[in-house]
Design a binder for this molecule. Structure first.
Ligand SMILES: C[S@@+](CC[C@H](N)C(=O)[O-])C[C@H]1O[C@@H](n2cnc3c(N)ncnc32)[C@H](O)[C@@H]1O
Length: 377
């Protein structure tokens, strides 16, 4: 249990700096920012901590082997050598998920098949039994990453993606991933005390994630993880670690979190999501158009938001007007506020009228997006 393992926490491209700061803040060792995530070293308990506490990470992978493979035989041999029975029961279930880049083994389905065959054959030989394949709810997800003919096989300690916090009851029409919402709040530099506003709040994701940040509630407090179904899992110790992570957290009494959306149905859903996140009555939601956005002057609030960008929600001309009117409202009514706005449409972003403000490129839901960052309106 106390052996040190190499880990890699993955994130959406563009959010590496946020995740890096989070991993550092947890006090983990040998932390290194890379493309698509952050590497660190640690014990399995450190992996528990990472899964329980990282808000912008999507998965935490534990590397079990790395080898060169230019063909199917080398791939099979490398995968078969691992003592898989340390982690998975012979009658358990698994799935292999492969990515390949700049390698001779470039057919990911084939890689998945060969690695799965090697694991199954390893079990047959060593135990006489074989695990089954379950694509939806396996006991173990194995990640095969092939880059420049080097294969890395990792156990996915998270299981389901970490954006699944366990509080979401409604998706709305275009929900922001919880991991990206939390990353935006962290990027904004919000201090957890100033009012935080989302005038296009949809199902409330940004505000709920902000509330959990302000309260110090672990993002993994309400869910389970992949490692809980492994052979070598220490359930008693993990229960204590989870209990400690769950018991932290009270929202500052005077903190104002305000969300509005012009769709009544979304607001009803946001209320239910917030209640499921243990935040009933703590976030003020209302049905209102961002074109009439009129918060109190002098609040020095932080606005973190994700307006529609015409691909899934909203229509062309109407959207241009919405962005334009919202930008005007911000300049007239929100002097001293900061604005952090995610959109996939740079032209609409221009309509807000904050030329020259920095924009951070990120990938959100497979789309190239940018986060406009206006430190002081
Ligand atoms: C991309 S979604 C936001 C999703 C949200 N972050 C979530 O996680 O559910 C954009 C939201 O803006 C709302 N919307 C569109 N036009 C609006 C307007 N003029 N004023 C306020 N809300 C608007 C839509 O109803 C939609 O819920």
């Amino acid at each position: 249990m106390s052996a040190r393992n190499p880990y890699f926490a993955t994130c959406s491209p563009g959010l590496e700096a946020v995740l890096h700061a989070e991993v550092k803040a947890l006090g983990l060792r040998r932390v290194e920012r890379q493309v698509g995530g952050v590497a660190f070293e640690g014990t399995r308990e450190d992996a528990w901590t990472a899964n329980l506490w990282l808000r912008s990470a999507i998965r935490v992978l534990e590397r079990v082997t790395r080898f060169e493979a230019r063909d199917a035989d080398e791939l099979y041999a490398g995968a078969r050598e691992v003592a898989w029975e340390r982690f998975l029961a012979p009658t358990g279930s698994l799935v292999v998920d492969a990515r390949s880049n700049r390698s001779l083994l470039d057919h990911t389905q084939f890689v998945e098949q060969r690695v799965k065959d090697a694991i199954v054959d390893h079990f047959r030989e060593t135990t006489g039994e074989r695990p089954s394949v379950d694509k939806n709810d396996p006991d173990m997800r194995i990640n095969a990453h092939v880059f420049k003919d080097r294969v890395t096989l990792s156990l996915d300690t998270s299981g389901h993606s970490l954006h699944r916090r366990g509080w979401r009851r409604h998706q709305g029409r275009a929900p922001l991933a919880e991991t990206t919402a939390a990353a935006m709040v962290l990027m904004s530099g919000w201090n957890g005390r100033a009012p935080l506003l989302d005038p296009f709040c949809g199902t409330g994701t940004i505000l709920i994630e902000a509330a959990w940040i302000a309260a110090g509630i672990a993002p993994g407090a309400m869910r389970s993880f992949g490692f809980e179904r492994w052979n070598d899992h220490d359930a008693k110790r993990f229960a204590r670690a989870k209990q400690a992570a769950s018991s932290k957290g009270a929202l500052p009494g005077k903190l104002r979190l305000l969300g509005s959306d012009n769709d009544r149905e979304r607001i009803a859903e946001a209320h239910e999501n917030a209640a499921a996140a243990g935040l009933e009555g703590r976030i003020e939601f209302e049905v209102a158009s961002a074109s009439d956005f009129a918060p109190r002057p002098g609040w020095n609030a932080t606005i973190v938001t994700n307006p529609p960008y015409g691909l899934r929600v909203g229509r062309g001309d109407e959207l241009e007007r919405t962005y334009h009117d919202f930008g005007e409202r911000l300049r007239r009514r929100c002097e001293g506020y900061s604005l952090h706005l995610l959109t996939a449409n740079p032209m609409l972003c221009d309509r807000l009228g904050f030329a020259g403000a920095p924009r951070q490129a990120i990938i959100n839901g497979g789309l190239e997006c940018e986060v406009l960052q206006v430190e002081r309106i």
